[in-house]
Design a protein around this ligand. Structure first.
Ligand SMILES: Nc1ncnc2c1ncn2[C@@H]1O[C@H](COP(=O)(O)OP(=O)(O)OP(=O)(O)O)[C@@H](O)[C@H]1O
Ligand SMILES: [Mg+2]
Length: 372
């Protein structure tokens, strides 16, 4: 969106209360015009184009660009745990970086807690915090407690509050015994847990969690999920924007989810409503052997197949195939095609639709599948 529009929006009343910009997408649940719930995050046609280094014309201008975000409209209510779900390179981190003032948008408008993140970046920073999964930063020569205390001081938290919050958070993430250990001696997962604590000791109004459970063991991931939920329920005005690759995590945690790919929002609704999209389209899973590219292709084009994904099963020649069908009867044709190509079925089952299936239907591939 042009700069002209930015001026228009900020010179009038608080844009956080404005109705949604027409999305023109039936999969994006529009906000009811009577809905007066305050918004914690709003983006209007936000875009980001990266210049690719090393590609210059004879005038020294960068010629190659990559559009990471192509005009994203999002609305996250105060008190919501909102998930951004998308494959590698979808633009999730780019959007989070823009919303946390770390990166300037190429166009469009972004508001967090009522503030324009470009024009009111300093004030916005005081109200937010961010945790990136896999992040192993921290000052090695300081202890865990010193590190967290230092960050709390950047935000002007009183010494008493900081010490109390640090003690509480370290207990929650089961890192109490490391409070006085140097950060350089922590394992990767322990550092990550410390960084998770860092995201909350400043008492932010909006927290951005970019894959917070990435690389954590099962127990630590559960602690992170439980804490996030508890933290939200302690104060209904708190908001979390979370990105994840883990469908089950998004399904379990999030009030609403936006599925994004190639820098665009494909669908946005509650997990239950998203799954309802598939209610009329049954999902079948077949484990089969004796297949090749030709037979896989024939099955994908069997009548009534909306989507098919195939993954080679671990440690063998069999394939796990997933089908989204127009109706149940279509499975007969799939089985006949498989038999006609000398494939053999090891197992066949009908599944309740999951978010993964919704994702496959919308994006055309599973989250774990790389793009061709
Ligand atoms: N600094 C950069 N310079 C050039 N291109 C970039 C830069 N950062 C990201 N990109 C590109 O922008 C696109 C979106 O990247 P982004 O990191 O936002 O994706 P993501 O959804 O967070 O992916 P992932 O799941 O892998 O974390 C990708 O194609 C990426 O290669
Ligand atoms: Mg990312």
């Amino acid at each position: 969106m042009s700069v002209e529009v930015r001026e228009q929006m900020t010179s009038t009343d608080n844009p956080m209360g404005r109705p949604v910009v027409a999305a023109n997408n039936p999969l994006i649940a529009e906000r009811d015009s009577h809905d007066t719930r305050p918004l914690a995050i709003k983006t209007i046609n936000v875009s980001r184009v990266y210049k690719i280094r090393g590609q210059k014309n004879k005038n020294g201008e960068t010629t190659k660009t990559l559009t990471a975000l192509g005009g994203v409209d999002l609305e996250v209510y105060q008190g919501e745990l909102f998930g951004l779900l998308g494959p590698n390179g979808a633009g999730k981190t780019t959007l989070i970086k823009i919303l946390t003032t770390l990166l300037a948008p190429s166009g469009g408008l972004c508001y967090v807690d009522g503030l324009d993140v470009v024009k009111q970046a300093d004030e916005a920073r005081r109200r937010i915090n961010m945790v990136s999964g896999g992040e192993t930063s921290g000052y090695g020569i300081l202890t865990v407690r010193e590190n967290l205390w230092m960050f709390s001081q950047f935000y002007g938290v009183s010494n008493k509050d900081a010490q109390e919050r640090i003690t509480k958070m370290l207990k929650i993430v089961e890192l109490e015994d490391k409070a006085n250990a140097r950060v350089s001696g922590l394992s990767t997962g322990q550092r990550q847990r410390m960084n998770f604590c860092r995201g909350f000791i400043t008492d932010p109004r909006v927290v951005f969690l970019d894959e917070p459970t990435l690389g954590l063991d099962v127990n630590a991931a559960r602690i992170v999920r439980n804490f996030t939920r508890d933290w939200m329920s302690e104060d209904p005005s708190r908001t979390v924007l979370l990105t994840t690759h883990y469908m089950a995590e998004a399904d379990e945690l999030c009030d609403r989810i936006a599925i994004i790919d190639h820098g665009a929002v494909l669908a946005c609704d509650t997990p239950a409503n998203l799954k309802r999209l598939l209610q009329k389209q049954p999902v079948f899973e077949i484990n089969a052997g004796g297949l090749n590219d030709r037979s896989l292709d024939a099955m994908a084009h069997s009548p009534g197949v909306v989507r098919m994904t195939s993954e080679a099963a671990e440690g063998g020649s069999a394939y796990n195939l997933k089908f989204i069908l127009e109706d149940e009867a279509a499975i007969g044709g799939v089985v006949s095609t498989l038999a006609a190509h000398n494939g053999n079925i090891i197992s066949l089952q009908k599944n309740e639709p999951t978010l993964e299936d919704v994702f496959i239907k919308l994006v055309g591939r599973s989250l774990s599948q790389n793009e061709e």
